[in-house]
Design a protein around this ligand. Structure first.
Ligand SMILES: Cc1cc2nc3c(=O)[nH]c(=O)nc-3n(C[C@H](O)[C@H](O)[C@H](O)COP(=O)(O)OP(=O)(O)OC[C@H]3O[C@@H](n4cnc5c(N)ncnc54)[C@H](O)[C@@H]3O)c2cc1C
Length: 122
């Protein structure tokens, strides 16, 4: 398993995972006695096998974010670019996948948005 912790763009994440897979392949024999379910490793250490393994085993640990990313869709006050009186207030404004859980940052975004809507200084 490869956990997504890198930021966008996705191609960098894929390469990051491929590099991690090389390390996993190297340490798999030594770790085998300590793994109850066995380590999931690539077929071999070819670039093609590593990329296929990364595609097969990578997931976003239930943290999909960024479909209305700050910078491209909304500005720093969560206002939708090019539209008036419309903000986005949820995890979709996160410009990168956070390394940790998303629930607390989402609540923080909502608290901040409430302040902004109430006229607090940006
Ligand atoms: C299985 C699972 C486990 C998780 N565990 C954790 C955890 O342990 N800790 C943690 O911090 N985070 C966890 N998360 C992540 C966290 O729940 C989410 O990141 C967070 O809830 C995102 O908040 P949100 O408001 O952006 O989206 P959501 O909570 O998904 O809210 C979106 C809302 O919009 C509504 N909606 C969608 N489309 C439309 C539409 N077209 N019109 C009207 N309404 C619409 C949906 O019905 C929903 O109510 C987990 C997520 C999952 C799926």
């Amino acid at each position: 398993m490869c956990v997504l912790t890198a930021s966008f763009p996705p191609i960098d994440t894929t390469l990051h995972c491929v590099e991690n897979q090389k390390t996993s392949t190297q340490i798999a024999p030594a770790m085998a006695p300590y793994c109850t379910t066995g380590m999931v490793v690539p077929e071999d250490d070819s670039e093609e096998a590593l990329r296929a393994h990364a595609r097969r085993t990578t997931f976003a640990i239930y943290h999909p974010v960024g479909t209305c990313a700050m910078g491209s869709v909304v500005d720093e006050q969560l206002r939708v670019n090019g539209l008036e009186r419309l903000r986005v207030v949820d995890a979709s404004v996160m410009p990168v996948v956070p390394r940790g859980n998303t629930n607390a940052p989402t609540i923080a975004i909502a608290e901040r948005a409430a302040d902004l809507i109430n006229g607090a200084a940006p």
